[in-house]
Design a protein around this ligand. Structure first.
Ligand SMILES: NC(=O)c1ccc[n+]([C@@H]2O[C@H](COP(=O)([O-])OP(=O)(O)OC[C@H]3O[C@@H](n4cnc5c(N)ncnc54)[C@H](OP(=O)(O)O)[C@@H]3O)[C@@H](O)[C@H]2O)c1
Length: 344
């Protein structure tokens, strides 16, 4: 298949940002590129529709390799989860017109080497963008954290931080379905209303307006905390530990409050682990991918029964991608942050 020369936009890393990330640390550049799918290569050319803004990508903008996600290099096109449509394929598993969830670049079209990490998705099942959230990596993370790590028992209390985000809103709904008392925190009144009125949380508070997090958790979790779905770290974690019931469990999913901090806040009340016999376990959703079919089956049931709602915040076009990524980190968005590049 002969290569096509096209002009297209790409989002690249401009400066490493080990401390504070600014929009200007990324740049949107238009370049002339040859899109080539060589016969026999198994490669697949896709048109990108939606891109996902995920917190782990922040590690990849630092120039430091301290996490399990290696840093992007200066000038490298950003990459991550996406939803795309196949345009041309040298791979028998994919044909033009297929919709796929993808591991793709932040650009308009991408050649996916050997079609790796492409999965065909069904647009009639749910909105395509859901495959980046409710039906994608964040939803699956919520499922793994609850069922594989925390192992809930009906009637227990779960507390969730960053509760209205991509992962948090799914944690809340799965926890409600598991018969738990569900309490969440988020960073604005609008998000608290969403948690209470739309996402099935029994109680919720704005952590930015609570001086004393230990007292706030006492108030909103009157029977103490049996499980904590940890998304933020820092002083929230210390306050949760102080409020944990005997044999409490903590699933450490993420520590977003610690991003860019040279000196990380630590756990200052480790003694409580002994007196309350607390278990704390970190996890990566990617270790549990064999459970994906089970997760999709559960989600199919919820969607059919109209039990699932999902809030998304769409940024329009690659020009707005750096801003969208920073909004996701700062909490200026509501729900799952997505970048729309094209529509069908
Ligand atoms: N372990 C895994 O396999 C895995 C997989 C996916 C995600 N994660 C982790 O899960 C967490 C949530 O990810 P997500 O995709 O759902 O992101 P998200 O919640 O949609 O977005 C991040 C949110 O974190 C909150 N936040 C930012 N700085 C904060 C701070 N200093 N203190 C408290 N909250 C802060 C903000 O919302 P507010 O308005 O509420 O402040 C922000 O919107 C992240 O820590 C991420 O790294 C882990």
């Amino acid at each position: 298949m002969p290569g096509k020369r096209v002009h297209m936009k790409q989002v690249k890393l401009k400066h490493y940002a080990p401390a504070v990330l600014k929009e200007t640390d990324m740049e949107v550049k238009s370049s002339e590129i040859t899109l080539e799918v060589e016969e026999g290569s198994q490669d697949v050319l896709v048109k990108n529709f939606y891109l996902s803004c995920d917190p782990y990508m922040r590690h990849r903008l630092t120039g430091l390799d301290y996490s399990h996600h290696p840093s992007f290099k200066i000038g490298q096109v950003l990459e991550g989860f996406g939803v795309s449509k196949v345009v041309e394929s040298a791979n028998p598993n994919f044909k033009p017109g297929d919709y796929v969830s993808s591991w793709t670049k932040w650009e308009e079209y991408s050649v996916i080497p050997k079609g790796e990490r492409l999965t065909i998705i069904d647009p009639s099942f749910a909105p395509l963008s859901y495959y980046l959230g409710a039906l994608g990596m964040p939803g699956f993370t919520a499922y793994v954290g609850i069922y594989e790590i925390l192992k809930p028992k009906k009637g227990e209390t779960i507390f969730v931080s960053a509760a209205s985000g991509a992962v948090g809103q799914m944690v809340g709904q799965l926890a409600r379905e598991a018969g738990l008392y569900v309490v969440g925190s988020a960073g604005s009144q609008e998000k608290i209303d969403l948690l209470r009125n739309k996402l099935g949380y029994d109680a919720a508070f704005n952590y930015k307006e609570e001086e004393d997090h230990v007292a706030a958790l006492k108030k909103y979790c009157p029977r103490g905390i049996d499980m904590y779905f940890e998304n933020v770290g820092g002083k929230t974690l210390d306050a949760v530990i102080d409020n944990m019931n005997p044999f409490g469990r903590i699933a450490v999913c993420g520590l977003i409050s610690q991003f860019g901090k040279e000196k990380k806040d630590g756990v200052s009340n480790l003694y409580k682990f002994i007196s309350a016999r607390i278990t704390m376990q970190g996890f990566l959703q990617s270790d549990h991918l064999h459970l994906m079919p089970k997760f999709m089956e559960l989600m199919a049931g919820y969607l059919k029964a109209n039990k699932l709602v999902y809030f998304e915040d769409f940024a329009d076009g690659l020009d707005n991608a750096p801003n969208a990524f920073c909004r996701m980190l700062s909490g200026s968005k509501i729900g799952k942050q997505i970048i729309t590049i094209a529509k069908d």
